[in-house]
Design a binder for this molecule. Structure first.
Ligand code: CA2
Length: 148
């Protein structure tokens, strides 16, 4: 069965608890449950993880090689700063969908730069929690095409 890692970065554990006007009222647990339900209906296996630490996110990306077929990554603010995360993604050669709840291109200019985008197969942003389900569809379609 196709296996997807849904990996969330710094502060996303606070979803639903702070700044609902920016990030909505859905909690990370809600998002993970929705991913599990949606994945099951799509014939996918999904594993969810979150860390506030850059090195732990890099370790999770390394560990995904040979275990998962692709990654949905919301790297949070590390998106805009982390060459190390970019290098980790490039090194494992797994398809990565970059995900953001908010439309990073409609926000402050420092959020327009993404170090993830050049090593991702694509980016989904601005659709709130629904974006994770859109990302599951996108990654499944990509993997179905590449294994056909
Ligand atoms: O829109 C997204 O998903 C972001 O990745 C969220 C990051 C932000 O730095 C990126 O530019 C875009 C921030 C996540 C912070 O999450 C919070 C959740 C609740 C309360 C406070 C922060």
């Amino acid at each position: 069965m196709t296996s997807i890692l849904v990996l969330n970065g710094p502060n996303l554990n606070l979803l639903g608890q702070r700044q609902p006007e920016v990030y909505g009222t859905t909690t990370l647990a809600d998002i993970e449950a929705a991913c599990a339900t949606y994945a099951k209906a799509s014939g996918l296996s999904v594993t969810c993880a979150q860390s506030n630490h850059e090195g732990a996110l890099i370790d999770a990306i390394h560990a995904a090689k040979g275990v998962h077929d692709g990654i949905i990554l919301n790297a949070g603010a590390y998106t805009h700063s982390s060459i190390a995360l970019m290098d980790a993604i490039a090194s494992v050669e797994l398809p990565v969908v970059e995900l953001h709840l908010s439309n990073i291109h409609a926000r402050e200019s420092f959020r327009h730069k993404s170090y993830i985008a050049p090593v991702a197969i694509g980016q989904i942003c601005g659709f709130g929690a629904d974006g994770y389900l859109l990302a599951l569809d996108a990654l499944k379609a990509h993997l179905d095409r590449s294994t056909a």
